[in-house]
Design a protein around this ligand. Structure first.
Ligand SMILES: [Zn+2]
Ligand SMILES: [Zn+2]
Length: 343
């Protein structure tokens, strides 16, 4: 916007700052958008896209590599020396809650690492240098320093106070930090990541009033890490392990007076008013869930007796709480027990 003396006067009155102070602030903000900032203790710079027009700034900072984190629209003529020598990486995402940036962290971290080890300086930019580029830089700090995402964001803010990854990117950064070793080996093996993708898919499908496409089903065999299992009351087939349980907020569980109660509390099962166990999709449900229906019944895969139901739009538990999405087993149709390996 162009500042007219009249609205400057207005701003003076509103903010109590003098015209001089206000102009100084605006100048700083503009420079922040055009300029780039070096992240303390690294060879990494962050900025918006305007900096690509400033060859002088890129040169002054001795930028050897560039990561562009935005969809389309990177004027390649401005950065030809980078694109033609393999020193440009383009990650095409919008600054949107639906975007998956975590799946690119391995690539961007390796790209930055290699550049830095060769003595280079890396510029990470998006459109404004606020959300997408900040997310990539945060992931790099998490990987490099093994620090939580909020700590990493604080470090970046020391040099660029306007950075602010969007909510979904923050969730992804947290998953990345909390599962760093596993995520670096194979992101697809991280249960928290699979659950995140599942929730996103269900949410998107629900808005479009259609059944979600499930890409990942939990298993009912690997019992390590589960201290409770649910078996078909009729034929004893294992139907679910506690790692697939989905908790919902009901009245607080009773005080644990036995080890059984403690386990039930720990896995969120000790809810006297709840007549359902809610679950993530499990592999035996696949034929039913792939029918593309919005809701339906679940049968035990062995004895075919009815054990539960599902509804992508959600269902109300007997405790009064809505659970969305809802895949449930009726407590009256299953028995709780401790898996053999946990005994
Ligand atoms: Zn309930
Ligand atoms: Zn059965």
């Amino acid at each position: 916007m162009t500042l007219q003396p009249a609205n400057l006067k207005d701003l003076e009155l509103k903010t109590g700052a003098s015209a001089g102070e206000l102009l100084e602030k605006i100048r700083n903000l503009r420079e922040k958008n055009i300029g780039m900032d070096r992240i303390a203790d690294t060879q990494v710079y962050i900025s918006g896209m305007f900096v690509l027009r400033r060859a002088d700034l890129l040169e002054a900072a001795n930028i050897t590599h560039i990561i562009s984190v935005l969809r389309g629209r990177v004027d390649k003529t401005l950065i030809e020396q980078y694109t033609t020598s393999g020193r440009h990486l383009h990650i095409e995402v919008d600054d949107d809650d639906d975007e998956n940036l975590i799946e690119h962290f391995q690539t961007t971290n390796a790209f930055i690492d290699k550049a830095v080890r060769g003595g280079g300086n890396v510029l990470v930019h998006c459109a404004m240098g606020i959300s997408r580029s900040a997310t990539i830089c945060t992931a790099y700090l998490i990987y490099k320093k093994q620090i939580p995402s909020e700590t990493a964001i604080d470090i970046i803010r020391e040099s660029r106070p306007i950075v602010c990854p969007n909510y979904a990117f923050r969730q992804q950064l947290n998953i990345y930090y909390e599962n760093l070793d596993q995520a670096m080996r194979n992101l697809d093996d991280v249960p928290a990541y699979q659950r995140y993708l599942y929730k996103k898919e269900v949410e998107m499908s629900r808005m479009a009033h259609k059944a979600p496409t499930i890409n990942h089903y939990g298993d009912d065999e690997a019992k390590e890490g589960s201290d409770m299992e649910l078996k078909c009351r009729k034929c004893r087939r294992t139907l679910a392990l506690s790692k697939s349980f989905v908790d919902h907020q009901a009245a607080s569980p009773p005080i644990a007076s036995s080890s059984r109660d403690r386990i039930l509390n720990a896995v969120g099962l000790n809810k006297p008013n709840c007549q359902h166990h809610f679950l993530d999709p499990i592999v035996w449900m696949k034929p039913e869930l792939e029918k593309g229906e919005m809701e339906g019944k679940l049968e035990c895969p062995k004895c075919k007796s009815k054990v539960g139901s599902y509804a992508w739009q959600g269902m109300k538990c007997s405790c009064g709480v809505w659970v969305t999405p809802a895949i449930s087993l009726a407590k009256s149709r299953v028995d709780e027990s401790r898996p053999r390996s946990a005994l």
